[in-house]
Structures are given as C-alpha cells and as structure tokens.
Unconditional design. Structure first.
Length: 304
C-alpha cells in the first residue's frame, strides 16, 4: 500500500487532473490522505466527489492547520493514523506518469528494502495549459547529507519513501518545523544514514504558474534568480531553520552527519579564512559548478 499525502488550498482548477493521474497509476493499492488548508473555491466539493468514487483504497480529507504549505504537509507527516508500507507527497496541480509509483516502489524494493529509503526524480515542466516548457536539470553528483545541507535536491511531488524513512521523518517533524517538506526529508533521511536515489526519469509533469516560477530550476534566468535570493539573505533564513531543526534531532543523525553539521556551522560563524577552511573541510557541496561557486561566494559574504 502507498499512502499519498496531498496538501490542498484553492486548487480546484487542476486538482481533478492530478487525482486522475494518480487514479491511472499502474500500482494497484493507493490510499489518498488530503489536508485542506481552508480552501474557499470548489476544492472541497471536488475532493468529496473523488472520495465517493475512489476504488484503489481509502480516501480521507482532513482540515489543515492553515499556517502555510509547509505546515500543511507537516500535519500529514506526523499524523499517527497514516500507516503504510510507502508514502508519497503530492501537490494539487501536477500530472503523474502512469508508472511513477510502480517505478519508485520497485527501485526501493530492489535496492533498499530494509533501511530508510527515499526515491525522487527529475520533472518535466509544463504550462498551465499543459504545454511542455522543458526538463528540470539533470543532477549527477551522488545525493548525500553534505549536499542536503546546501540545497534541496528534488521536488516533493516526485518523492516516494518507505516506512523506515517515514518513522524517522515523523519523529523529526514532531520535534521541529521546517522550510519545506522536500528539503527536510532529504536532510533527515540522508542524515540518518538512509538511502536517497535521484532518478533521471521525468515521472512528473510539474505545472509552472506565475506564483511558483521562483521554484523552477529551468534555465540560466532561474539560476540567477536563485542567486539573487541567496545574496538577499533568504538562504541564511532557510539555513537557520534547517540547522535549528537538525539540532533538535541530533540524536537521529549519524556521527558523520553530526560532524558535517558542526563544520557547516563553523562556516556560518568563523572569520573569513576559517569560513572557507570549514567549508572545504565539511565537504558540503551543491550539484552544479555554478551552484558550488555561489556557495563559496555566499561563505565569503556571510550569506550562508
């Protein structure tokens, strides 16, 4: 059984297409768990209609905390009633390829059936109307905690993880809030010594709206946009939240991860040359050369 954790808020325009793509999955057993964050459009009516006809498993709609999307997902992560072999995050407006769940589950069952494991992948960006914009970048460096400290690897809409990963994630999420669910699970699973696999397959059509363009990784303009955010101090705010969360969950981390955290904290507090020394020693990295250069520039300018 796979439990799909779906966070909704005024998503009526595309919600049925998303649910139809989940219904069309070749994987047979799927529970839907929805947390609605106070929608005022037709979202709740659509959800009720889907609930009545869902035939792959349970379909449960819960009231969300109404504190933003991260808290909406966190309410699902920490919900003790959601018990499953596998879990997958879902946005309200994407389209899943029919083999998305089967491919994700198959990889975990074949490569990491016992320990904590997280599967994620590239996406194909599309417009509101479904026209293709282009693929997300193909990252080639190995996923790890040292990468997770510096960046979020993949969209939550691509992620599926097993019960062992969920238990660690739920415990960590009970202790701390987070910047975003996708970055948080990457930090926690990799930091706890779990397996993270990033697939080059584009298993999700990621719908790009005007209000989520900043989240896109497509093209040089998007990279420059993210670099501007970094130098405006947004990365510092995000890193503050991540490091506070990791500190509250230090006992869940491996010794290597704890050492990387300590060195990365040194990057944020030390004098100029020691900042660069600690960054080098920590082994923290981003996936691209452009991103790695930005990371060292941020260290120089105290923007980490």
């Amino acid at each position: 059984m796979v439990s799909v954790l779906l966070a909704t808020y005024n998503g009526a325009a595309f919600l049925s297409e998303q649910l139809a793509s989940i219904e069309s999955q070749t994987y047979p057993a799927i529970d839907i768990w929805v947390s609605d964050d106070g929608s005022t459009d037709a979202t709740l009516e659509l959800l009720d209609s889907w609930r009545q006809k869902w035939a792959k498993g349970r379909f449960t709609v819960l009231p969300g905390p109404q504190k933003g999307y991260a808290e909406n997902f966190r309410s699902l992560i920490v919900n003790p009633d959601i018990i499953s072999a596998y879990y997958a995050f879902s946005d309200q407006d994407d389209l899943w390829e029919p083999e998305k769940i089967a491919t994700s589950v198959g990889w975990i069952e074949h490569n990491s059936p016992a320990g904590p494991a997280l599967f994620c992948s590239r996406t194909l960006a599309v417009t509101d109307e479904g026209s293709v914009i282009g693929p997300s970048p193909l990252f080639t460096r190995t996923p790890s905690f040292k990468n997770a400290l510096a960046q979020s690897l993949a969209g939550g809409n691509t992620m599926l993880y097993n019960r062992a990963a969920h238990e660690i994630l739920a415990e960590a999420s009970r202790r701390s809030d987070f910047v975003s669910h996708d970055w948080w699970i990457y930090l926690i699973v990799s930091g706890a010594g779990g397996t993270v696999h990033y697939s080059p397959e584009m298993l999700v059509h990621y719908r790009q709206h005007v209000n989520n363009q900043i989240g896109s990784n497509l093209g040089m303009l998007a990279r420059i946009r993210r670099l501007r955010l970094l130098f405006k101090g947004r990365f510092v705010e995000w890193t503050d939240l991540n490091m506070k969360g990791l500190s509250r969950n230090r006992d869940l981390l491996t010794r290597e991860a704890r050492e990387a955290c300590d060195l990365f904290n040194g990057v944020r507090k030390a004098s100029l040359f020691r900042r660069l020394y600690y960054l080098f020693r920590s082994g923290v990295y981003r996936q691209t050369m452009f991103g790695q250069l930005g990371l060292y520039m941020a260290a120089l300018l105290r923007k980490i």
